[in-house]
Design a protein around this ligand. Structure first.
Ligand code: SF4
Ligand code: SF4
Length: 538
């Protein structure tokens, strides 16, 4: 193996080093109780021969190593053709102007670098700098699409020659960014490096068929085929609702009929369907709250009408549009007044803000996040709460897509004031719009190719793990049960995989995770049994 250079020059981005910028376990700053650096999964030689791991030693995309010159050229040509389209208004109806502005106006001040948890946790590897990917892109554009670059090359800064490795490295590198936009929030001139990563993901998916299998094939493709990214078909959804009614009966002592396909309801509630499979207590809690508040609401049993997920928002405009249109069509068919999206950050962003760019005319049905509605219910007095029922330490994770992107900061905190015992709620460092991603953002929570989970848990989720320990530092003794509240399905997935399974927080500290509505229901005066139990599997 060639020894990689200490400071990586962008002109060397396509170098044939076995691994361009290896990430080693010893690069990581250990948590308070990690005795030694973690061990990364060893990749079998036959897999290393077949797929490309040459960016940092990890693979999110399973990119097949080209075997012939023709295959190598096809990769480069496909990339150049896609890149040209990315900056043409006829071919990019999504985010052309902000992408162009972000691409053209970075002044290389590096202010954004320290805001990026990936860069910081990797021991500040150059390739993970927020402005590294865009700078690679700029050099390629200058070299291949500007007259001066074509003629004068390195003399005008166009010094990065394209080869298949540059393309593969860039493809993998846009899947080392969680699209959390923390970097964008500190940029003095508003450059959005996350948008550039997202738009490159789009180009790779739509022009070259490159996307993580868990996000595309077993994500959006399965979503459109079966009705849900989980593979849950409409009959399976109806069975699941019966199961949730059983769960509610067990917790409340009475049978409730969850409204499904109620024509003309005020609200169509759409959950991330992962909740039904992994955390059924979450849709159960919503049903209990909505019924207690006397809302006129319904779920939809139409394919895609019971699934709030829209993975297209992370990587592909066409997949995104197909899913958003189907979700709104389900609402139109029921004649509801509005759609409310459950506890899922990316679903909230996708259907409420991003879909605004294409939902016009009678498709522009009002769409709202659940947190302000829950705040209205909790503060209205229609449900009685006993805060002492939640008499344990609670901290709150701010999902990037709800908090930094949409500015929903106060509702969840007001709710916690009403349902958690006095003195038990504590903010974690950088709360609010300066929050740090859970590490599972932008599809990482479901991306399980090869050794990628090692990278995700150890790098992307490491700052969040530190923050959770910091928030609970005075009550870490395992005799004290603690609750990490993450009102987002994706963030809960990251909490399960990183905090609980990888870092062992349940076992070591008796920390459990779950959503916000579970805390609300647990504090309801007329609940005969606790809704949250530490004995449940997490
Ligand atoms: S969006 Fe987040 S993960 Fe991506 S470069 Fe910016 S700060 Fe880092
Ligand atoms: S993206 Fe903004 S903060 Fe980062 S280097 Fe460029 S100008 Fe500076």
């Amino acid at each position: 193996m060639k020894t990689p250079k200490k400071k990586l020059q962008i002109k060397d981005f396509g170098s044939d080093d076995t691994v361009l910028s290896p990430l080693e376990p010893g690069d990581l700053e250990l948590l308070r109780d990690e005795k030694e650096p973690p061990k990364f999964k060893q990749i079998k030689p036959e897999i290393l021969e077949k797929y490309d791991f040459s960016l940092d030693g990890f693979s999110a995309l399973s990119l097949p190593i080209p075997k012939t010159k023709e295959e190598e050229e096809a990769i480069v040509n496909g990339f150049l053709s896609g890149l040209e389209k990315l900056f043409q208004k006829e071919n990019n109806w999504g985010f052309l102007m902000p992408t162009t502005l972000s691409n053209e106006f970075c002044m290389q001040c590096n202010t954004c670098n320290e805001a990026c948890p990936i860069y910081v946790e990797s021991d500040r590897k150059d390739i993970y700098r927020p402005n590294f990917r865009p700078e690679v892109l700029r050099r390629i554009i200058k070299r291949y699409f500007s007259t001066s670059g074509k003629l004068l090359g390195k003399w005008v800064g166009a010094d990065l020659d394209l080869n298949w490795r540059v393309v593969y490295h860039l493809a993998e590198l846009v899947y080392r960014c969680t699209l959390c936009r923390r970097c964008a929030s500190v940029c003095p001139i508003g450059v959005d490096n996350a948008l550039i990563s997202r738009e490159l993901r789009k180009m790779f998916s739509m022009e070259m068929g490159i996307a993580p299998e868990n996000v595309h094939k077993s994500g959006t493709v399965q979503h459109m085929k079966s009705g849900s990214s989980t593979g849950m078909t409409p009959p399976a959804f109806l069975d699941t609702i019966e199961f949730i009614e059983d769960l509610i009966e067990e917790k409340t002592g009475r049978r409730m009929k969850i409204p499904i396909d109620k024509q003309g309801a005020d609200i169509l509630l759409i959950h991330n369907a992962g909740e039904y499979m992994a955390w059924p207590e979450n849709p159960a809690a919503f049903a209990i709250i909505f019924e207690a508040a006397g809302l006129n609401w319904t779920l939809s049993s139409a394919a895609m009408g019971y699934e709030g997920v829209n993975y297209g928002v992370w990587y592909d405009d066409v997949q995104f549009a197909r899913i958003a249109m189907a979700q709104v069509q389900a609402a139109k068919d029921l004649g509801v007044k509005k759609i409310v999206v459950g506890e899922c950050g990316h679903a909230t962003k996708a259907l409420i803000t991003i879909a605004d760019r294409m939902l016009v005319g009678d498709m522009a049905i009002p769409r709202e996040p659940c947190l302000p509605l829950l705040e209205q219910i909790v503060t209205s007095g229609v449900i009685k709460f006993d805060r002492m029922k939640n008499n344990f330490p609670v901290t709150l994770h701010d999902p990037c897509n709800m908090v930094r992107l949409m500015g929903i900061i106060d509702p969840q905190r007001t709710i916690l004031e009403h349902v958690v015992a006095p003195g038990q709620f504590r903010e974690m460092p950088h709360a609010g719009t300066n929050n740090v991603c859970c590490g599972g953002g932008s599809g990482f929570a479901i991306t399980n190719a090869h050794n990628f989970p090692d990278w995700r848990n150890n790098v992307a989720s490491r700052t969040k793990a530190k923050q959770v320990l910091e928030a609970f530092k005075d009550v870490l003794d395992p005799s004290i049960p603690k609750y990490y509240c993450a009102p987002c399905s994706n963030c809960k997935g990251a909490a399960r995989d990183a905090l609980i399974e990888h870092f062992g927080f349940k076992e070591k500290y008796n920390i459990i995770y779950n959503g916000l509505v579970e805390l609300i229901v647990n504090a309801m005066v007329d609940m005969p049994h606790p809704f949250i139990t530490w004995e449940d599997e997490f």
